[in-house]
Each structure stands twice: as C-alpha cells, then as structure tokens.
Design a binder for this molecule. Structure first.
Ligand code: NAP
Length: 280
C-alpha cells in the first residue's frame, strides 16, 4: 500500500489515453478543498492492464478511473459492487481493507444529475430510454433502483434492447425504434443514451411536442453542450438534464473514495469544464 506520508494520487487508465476532462474536474476539487493530491492519465495497452491494476498501489495510486477499452476487465479483476455487476463494467477502483473494489459511477451520475436539475422527475410512471449500449445499462439500472415502474427501451438494433430487458426483468420493455413516436405521449421521462445528436453524428429526430406537459428530458450527449433535443425540450418548457451534468456528478464518488472528502458539483466547476469543452 502507499505510504501515508506521500500525497494521495489517483489516475485514469485508458488506451489510447484519450483527451479526458477528468483531470480538470479532480484538480479543481483538490484545489478548492485544499487537498494535497494528484490525478494523472495513464496510457495502458490491453495486454498490460492486468499487471498495471495488480500493482496499482505499488505505483503509488489509491485508486483509479477506468475507461475504454478496460471497463469489463476492471470488473473481472476487482470486487465489484451491485451497480458495476449489473452494468457489466467498472469505471472506478479503490481499496477497502486492502482489497481492490469497483463500482460504476455512471449510475449515480445520471440519477444525481436528474435530482439536481429536475426534482420530482421520479414521479414518472413510464420512462422511455433510447439506446441499449453501455450507458443505457447504467441508466436503466439507476431507474430501476429508483423504482420507475415501466421502462420502454428502444434501440436501432432490437436484439440489443431485448438482451438488456432480459437481464433486467419485467419492468424493462423492449420496443422497436419506429414505435418511439407512439410512446412519447405517455413518457414522463425521455432519456437519450444513443450517440445521435453528438457532433459528427446524425441528428436525433424526436418530436418533443408529443411528450406530456410535465415530462423531463435527459440527454447523455455533451458535445454539443446543448443538444437539439434539449433545446427543443426547453423551448417547450419541459425539465431537462444534460450530459455534462451527468459527467460531473459521476466523478464525485471516486474523489470521495480516494481523497476522503465529498466534493460538490458547483456552477463554477461547470463553467471551468464548459470552457474547456468549448475550446477543444
Ligand atoms: P455504445 O455502447 O457504443 O452504444 C451506442 C448506442 O447508440 C447504441 O444503442 C446504438 O445502437 C446507438 N446508435 C449509434 N448510432 C446510431 C444511429 N445512427 N441510429 C440509431 N442508434 C444509434 O455507447 P455508450 O457507451 O452507451 O455511449 C452512448 C452515448 O452516451 C455517447 O454519446 C456517450 O458519449 C454518452 N455517454 C455520456 C456519459 C456522460 O457522463 N454524460 C456517460 C456515458 C456515455 P445500436 O445498438 O443499434 O448500434
């Protein structure tokens, strides 16, 4: 284990080491809270990942975030909590009593951001989730944990929606992509977990005018910051929750586990990350 005298440090393990906002977020919190600590990016190829993780503490790290392509492997090499197991991927590692533990913080990132932006969203009886990839699993698990009764899951590849529904049980109802317009009038919560609407991707064609008047719309895409889906929902006066908010909220738990203080997602932090997103 690391010596208590050294400043604590965590890292983000990925391959390739893509540009990430995580160092910006964690350095901001370290500075704000006056904690002497560090957070660095580690480029680790797949064939070196196991060794890197087994020697994480010897390398001086108290924990790590894990990103593509290592998230499934991280789950297998650690003691996962229920969230990581349900999502099938771990994005956060830390030590508890000398044991390497893991979780998936996208679940609470999504839910805590909704709570912060659109309190009361969980009164929705029917949620409509678009997409059935990795992010969708975190969203669906979070909605189930929160007690949403019916989750309609639409995906371009119906088979993936079926597989996800099979795993999560009878509250998750797989539907064909072309059934989306007919489901909108009963969706108290609409969530886009596809990459549609992201810069460089095709647009997401949804008529938010068909949603009920009290509906809440969440979009996981954060480039652009304001997606056309969220802009249309706001223009209609609906509650919204954006992808950047989820990204910030998902970082809270790792920081708390590694550095011992629970940081806050503030307007100032958001402005710092927004500026970085706008400049790249
Ligand atoms: P993924 O596993 O690759 O899944 C991509 C999803 O998008 C699949 O459901 C896929 O459908 C769908 N899709 C892609 N192109 C499509 C198209 N042309 N038409 C219809 N559907 C299409 O990716 P992921 O990890 O779930 O990430 C999905 C999005 O969430 C990305 O934009 C990512 O940046 C974002 N995200 C944001 C956060 C955050 O903190 N804000 C966290 C995680 C992810 P098929 O199954 O048919 O291919």
């Amino acid at each position: 284990m690391t010596s208590g005298r050294k400043p604590r440090a965590a890292c983000l393990i990925g391959w390739p080491a893509a540009h990430s906002r995580s160092p910006l977020i964690h350095h901001y919190w370290l500075r704000r809270l006056g904690i002497e600590g560090g957070y660095v990016i580690e480029a680790v190829p797949p064939d070196e990942f196991q060794d890197f993780v087994f020697r994480l503490s010897l390398r001086g790290f108290v924990g790590a975030n894990v990103t593509l392509p290592h998230k499934e492997r991280a789950l297998a090499l650690s003691k996962p909590d229920e969230r990581a197991r349900a999502v099938g991927a771990a994005n956060t590692l830390w030590y508890a009593d000398g044991e390497l533990c893991s979780t998936n913080t996208d679940v609470e990132g999504f839910i805590n951001n909704l709570d912060a932006c659109s309190g009361g969203w969980d009164k929705a009886e029917d949620a409509l989730v678009l997409g059935a990839g990795g992010a969708s699993r975190a969203v669906v698990f979070g909605l189930l944990e929160r007690g949403i009764r019916r989750i309609h899951l639409a995906n371009r590849t119906m088979e993936r929606a079926r597989a996800l529904a099979d795993q999560f049980g009878a509250s998750v109802l797989p539907v064909a992509w072309d059934a989306v317009p007919d489901l909108l009038p009963r969706a108290g919560l609409l969530v886009n977990t596809t990459s549609l609407g992201m810069h460089g991707q095709p647009p997401l064609e949804i008529d938010v005018g068909r949603l009920p008047s009290g509906a809440v719309v969440a979009d996981l895409v954060y480039v652009p910051l304001e997606t056309p889906l969220l802009a249309a929902a706001q223009a209609r006066g609906l509650g919204t929750a954006d992808g950047l908010g989820m990204l910030l909220h998902q970082a809270v738990r790792g920081f708390e586990l590694w550095f011992g203080q629970r940081p806050e997602v503030t307007a100032e932090l958001r402005a710092v990350v927004e500026a970085d997103l706008t400049n790249t």
